[in-house]
Design a protein around this ligand. Structure first.
Ligand SMILES: [Zn+2]
Length: 238
């Protein structure tokens, strides 16, 4: 039994190592995800800026169409002036022309504002595109580094799986099953050392008779407090 328990302890060590490897792989995958979402955010911001610029251009286009309409109105009114015979009509058409000119002034002012804002947006967009291109390069490099780490961890994990497969062949099925169940409910730690009359898993005292039985190493003994499988390291045998 003692030999089997020692194998179980080796298995525990291997499984904890594998847990650590898997945790690091998960962390690395989260890092990749975070890098991807950072880049996506930058791209989304560029897209939003492009849409803002497109909407502005659209508004400017409409203003320019209105401007062209007002110019056409003036041209038409000026042509109309030639055929006018009464003072009253003359005044009315001149009033139309004056109001069209006023409108043209306002439209030109608005168009100028849109043009200025458009230049600003284009400048911002250029800066964002350039920053994002740099970010993308950095992220490609960082992702390659993280991927290299993941690959190394995967290689270790695959090698450890092979070692584990060999190891479990020497462990009785019932014992293995018990171990696996305990690992599930005891956060990965199913086998613990008993030392100085206590369980190192939960630091509780083990009844003396039970502790004596551990020395004999004839049976599988679990801690009465945390139910973990107890192993005793005899002197000169670690
Ligand atoms: Zn315990």
């Amino acid at each position: 039994m003692r030999e089997k328990l020692m194998l179980l302890e080796d298995l525990q060590e291997l499984d904890l190592k594998a847990d650590g490897t898997q945790a690091r792989i998960q962390d690395a995958l989260s890092e990749v995800e975070a890098l991807d979402s950072r880049l996506q955010e930058a791209r989304d911001a560029i897209e939003a800026k492009r849409e803002e610029l497109a909407a502005l251009e659209e508004e400017r286009k409409t203003l320019e169409e209105n401007l062209a309409t007002e110019h056409a109105n003036i041209t038409r009114s000026e042509a109309n002036l030639k055929g006018i015979t009464t003072q009253k009509e003359y005044q009315a058409v001149n009033k139309e022309i004056a109001s069209a000119r006023k409108l043209i002034g306002e439209l030109e002012e608005q168009i100028l504002q849109k043009t200025t804002r458009g230049e600003e947006l284009k400048g911002e967009l250029d800066a964002m595109e350039s920053d994002t291109a740099t970010l993308e390069e950095n992220i490609v490099t960082q992702k390659a580094e993280v991927q290299a780490r993941i690959d190394a961890e995967e290689t270790t994990a695959a090698a450890d799986v092979k070692i584990r497969d060999e190891l479990v062949k020497s462990i009785p099925a019932g014992m293995l099953k018990r171990y696996e169940k305990l690992r599930e409910v005891r956060r990965g730690v199913a086998v613990v050392e008993a030392r100085d009359g206590g369980c190192l898993g939960c630091n509780m005292h083990i009844p003396p008779q039970m502790y004596n039985n551990l020395f004999r190493g004839e049976e599988l003994i679990t801690c009465p407090h945390c139910q973990r499988i107890l192993v005793l390291h005899l002197e000169g045998q670690e």
